[in-house]
Design a protein around this ligand. Structure first.
Ligand code: G3I
Length: 315
C-alpha cells in the first residue's frame, strides 16, 4: 500500500499524528515516520512539560520529537502555548497581578517559540478558549487578562517566529453552531484588527456515527474569512468492544472528515490524535470507550486506516 503521507502529498495535504516521544522506536517509530508527514507532540510542548519548576526547563521530549521529524522530513505542529490545562503547579498555584501574568505568558511564548524558530510549521497558540455556548472560558488567562490575552499571545508568537502559521484550536467546533460561530467571530475580529492569525484548528474528538453534517460548510466559512483550517486531533471513539459493524461505521466517519478537508483548498490537512489504539487518550478519559484511532493496539491497520487512504486518492 502507498503510505498515507505520499497520498496526502500528492493532494497537497498534511496527514499528521500526535506522538509520544518515548515511543518513537520499533514499530511505533517506523509507522510514525513512514505514514505521516507531520507530527504533533501530544504532551511534550505543553507548559507543564517544558517548565515544571519556574525557570528550570525540560526540553528533552520536545527536542526529540522535533529531531525525529526533521530526520523523517516531517512538519511539526507545535502544541500548545496557552491553555487552561497541563500548566505547571507553580503557575496555577501562584497569585499574579495582570501585569505579572502577562509578562510570564509573554516570556513563555518568546522562550518556547524562539527555541524552535524555523522548525515549527504551525503553532496551536491558544487552545480551547471557548465554552460550549460560545462565551469565553473562565480560566487563569481570561479571568486575569481578559479576552486580550488571545490577541497578545498571537502577537508575541509572531514576533518570536514570523514564519510559523499561528492557530487557535478548539473542540466541538467542527459543525456550525454557537461555539464555532464564536470562534468565527473572534477570527474575523482579529483579522480586522491586524492581529496575526493564520488558521483555526478543529480538534475533532468525535463519537462513532456523529460526524457533524455541516463540517465541510464550517471549514469553508473559515476559509472564506481568509484563514487556513486544520483538523488537528481527529479520533472517533466507540463503546468497547469493537466489532466489525462499529469498525465499518468508524471507517465511514474517518472518510467523511477526510473528504471534507480534501474538498476545501484552504484545509491544510488532518492530524489524528494518536495513530494506534495503544497510544490514545480515550480509554483513560472515557472508561468503556476506545478503539478510536486508525491502527489497533498491535499496529494492525483498521478499516479507518484504509478509509483515510481512499479519501486521499489511494485504493
Ligand atoms: O506523565 C505522567 C506520568 O508521570 C504519571 O505516572 C501518569 C499517571 O497518571 O500521568 C502522566 O501524565 C499524563 C499525561 O497525559 C502524559 O501521559 C496525565 O495524567 C494525563 O492527564 C495526560 O493526558 C493528556 C491530556 O491531554 C490532558 O488533558 C493526554 O495524554 C493528551 O493526549 C491530551 O491531549 C488533549 C490536547 O492536548 C488538547 N485537546 C484535547 C486532547 C485530549 O484530552
Amino acid at each position: 500500500d502507498t503510505p498515507l503521507r505520499d497520498l496526502a502529498a500528492a493532494k497537497g495535504k498534511v496527514i499528521g499524528t500526535a506522538v509520544t516521544g518515548s515511543k518513537l522506536t520499533g514499530t511505533y517509530g517506523d509507522l510514525a515516520g513512514a505514514q505521516f508527514n507531520s507530527l504533533t507532540p501530544g504532551n511534550a510542548m505543553k507548559w507543564g512539560s517544558v517548565e515544571p519548576t519556574q525557570g528550570s526547563f525540560n526540553w528533552t521530549e520536545a527536542d526529540q520529537i522535533v529531531a525525529f521529524a526533521q530526520a523523517h522530513n516531517q512538519q511539526v505542529r507545535g502544541h500548545t502555548l496557552v491553555w487552561h490545562n497541563q500548566n505547571p503547579g507553580w503557575l496555577t498555584n501562584g497569585t499574579w497581578t495582570a501585569a505579572q501574568l502577562g509578562s510570564l505568558l509573554q516570556n513563555h511564548i518568546a522562550t518556547e517559540v524562539g527555541r524552535y524558530k524555523g522548525k515549527i510549521t504551525a503553532w496551536d497558540v491558544v487552545n480551547e478558549p471557548f465554552n460550549e455556548d460560545g462565551t469565553y472560558r473562565s480560566d487563569l488567562w481570561y479571568d486575569t487578562l481578559g479576552a486580550d490575552y488571545i490577541a497578545n499571545a498571537l502577537t508575541w508568537a509572531h514576533a518570536a517566529d514570523p514564519a510559523a502559521k499561528l492557530y487557535i484550536n478548539d473542540y466541538n467546533v467542527e459543525g456550525v453552531d454557537a461555539k464555532s460561530t464564536a470562534l468565527y467571530n473572534l477570527v474575523k475580529d482579529l483579522k480586522g484588527r491586524g492581529v496575526p492569525i493564520d488558521g483555526v484548528g478543529l480538534q475533532a474528538h468525535l463519537i462513532l456515527g456523529q460526524v457533524p453534517s455541516s463540517l465541510q460548510q464550517n471549514i469553508q466559512r473559515f476559509a472564506d474569512l481568509g484563514v487556513d483550517v486544520s483538523i488537528t486531533e481527529l479520533d472517533v471513539r466507540m463503546a468497547l468492544p469493537a466489532d466489525s459493524t462499529k469498525l465499518a461505521q468508524q471507517a465511514a466517519d474517518y472518510k467523511s472528515v477526510l473528504n471534507a478537508c480534501v474538498a476545501v483548498t484552504r484545509c491544510a490537512g488532518v492530524t489524528v490524535w494518536g495513530f494506534t489504539d495503544s497510544d490514545s487518550w480515550v480509554p483513560s478519559t472515557f472508561p468503556g470507550y476506545g478503539a478510536a484511532t486508525p491502527y489497533d493496539e498491535n499496529y494492525v491497520p483498521k478499516p479507518a486506516y484504509h478509509a483515510i487512504a481512499e479519501a486521499l486518492g489511494g485504493t
